[in-house]
Design a protein around this ligand. Structure first.
Ligand code: SDX
Length: 389
């Protein structure tokens, strides 16, 4: 008897797990990692320190942080055959599809069999995934650019190493403007985790079968690829380019209200207030544009936000800018093509995914994910020979 079961099309009212990693209050617009407000972490921390916090639950001492940064740095290289694997994609393959494939294949490149019951095995997989994601992302980018791959430069900090693998074109050490590196590190902090979103739920569900974490994270990448989730930052830039001028905003907004399309980068299943991450990204964008020059699309984004926040359609539905509304403007200013935007989301979200995977694997009560259904089909029908159909 499924009488007690209720169908929730948004999966919102059915808690899928207990977790102490990230807290969100969507009505007020609060986001905390392990109890620390995102605003303080974005201002005072670094992405690798935040990744440590998410994984181990506490801010590291200097000694712990030095060990962690050294471990992450030492594991940035990937097996040489991974280059062949990435090189096998079409020249115009979407980098998110390439990342999905490469991470899924990663588990096959290690001789040490993954042992879910061994804390040391779980820890080395955690380190490998966080450290190798930028390398795989940069390899995908260099592939679609038709350029030779750039190996990690382990003298560089995490964001600088990524930018070096992306953009280095000479033998000289790649030295990005520190303001751009800091803006990228803040974006990584803001995207690191977000409770039980679609991709994290996918990682937990797939991981609950006790498969290796590379396969579970590949499932997360697949979910994040979708335009309603991580693909939204790419969709926002395409939308802003299509609007082209602030003069076209009223007509565009009417089309959204008529249901022709969505205002991408707006709305959220949990935040029914301003996404705290969007506020921080908006101010980080201004810092970046001091270096790169102002992106004219920012004026369209600002005017879109202003008009939408005063329009009953959006106010009534509690639709506010989310994390994806302004982030693409920074990625474009950093020289990234729009196809790379969801990849930029996947790099930092790897630490959230793996922190939640670790929490699940260490929770002795967690069982394999096995949702039920409300059956709406026929019952007890007899087979009909094809001649009689
Ligand atoms: C992320 O879950 C997470 O935490 C995700 C994330 C994370 O860090 O992991 O925060 C990252 O995915 C952010 C969201 C990025 N996606 C987008 O920006 C795409 C555009 N936004 C939406 O499609 C939408 O707002 C969702 C998918 C984000 C949330 O959708 P819901 O909660 O399922 O809301 P809904 O589709 O039921 O919409 C409710 C109403 C509907 O109108 P009515 O049917 O009541 O008339 O609001 C409307 C929708 O049509 N609506 C929008 C809209 N979003 C919802 N209308 C116009 N533009 C929008 N963006």
């Amino acid at each position: 008897d499924f009488g007690l079961m209720t169908y929730d099309p948004a999966y919102t009212n059915t808690a899928s797990c207990r977790s102490s990693v990230t807290f969100i209050d969507g009505d007020v617009g609060i986001l905390e990692y392990r109890g620390y407000p995102i605003e303080q972490l974005a201002e005072k921390s670094t992405y690798l320190e935040v990744a440590y916090l998410l994984v181990y639950g506490e801010l590291p001492t200097q000694q712990q942080l030095d060990w962690w940064v050294n471990e992450i740095t030492l594991h940035t290289f990937v097996h040489e055959n991974v280059k062949e694997f990435v090189g096998g994609f079409r020249h115009d393959a979407h980098p998110m599809g390439m990342l999905l494939g490469a991470v899924g294949a990663l588990s096959t490149f290690y001789p040490d069999a993954f042992d879910i019951d061994d804390p040391a095995s779980r820890e080395i997989q955690t380190i490998r995934l966080i450290s190798k994601m930028p390398t795989l992302a940069a390899f995908a980018y260099r592939h679609i650019q038709g350029r030779p791959y750039v190996y990690p430069d382990n003298d560089l900090a995490y964001p600088d190493n990524f930018l070096s693998m992306m953009y280095k074109m000479t033998e000289l050490k790649y030295e990005p403007d520190p303001r751009l590196s800091r803006a990228l590190d803040i974006l990584f902090i803001l995207h690191a985790d977000h409770e039980q979103n679609c991709s994290t739920s996918a990682v937990r569900s797939v991981g609950s079968s006790q498969v290796d974490p590379y396969s579970a994270v590949a499932a997360g990448i697949a979910a994040l690829y979708g335009p309603l989730h991580g693909g939204a930052n790419e969709a926002v830039l395409r939308m802003l380019r299509r609007i082209e001028s602030v003069d076209n905003i009223p007509g565009f907004i009417e089309g959204v209200k008529a249901g022709n399309e969505r205002l991408m980068g707006f709305g959220h299943r949990v935040y029914k207030n301003y996404d705290p991450r969007a506020k921080i990204i908006k101010s980080a964008a201004e810092d970046v544009f001091e270096v790169t020059g102002r992106n004219p699309l920012l004026d369209i984004a600002l005017e879109l936000e202003k008009i939408a926040l005063e329009d009953e359609y959006f106010v009534q539905r509690k639709l506010y800018p989310n994390v994806d509304f302004y982030s693409g403007l920074i990625y474009e200013a950093l020289g990234l093509p729009v196809e790379m935007f969801p990849v930029m989301f996947a790099i930092p979200r790897t630490s959230g995914w793996i922190a939640q995977w670790l929490e699940m694997t260490q929770d002795g009560e967690q069982k394999i994910a096995r949702p039920r259904q409300i059956y709406t089909g026929d019952r007890g029908r007899d087979y009909v020979p094809i001649a009689s159909r």
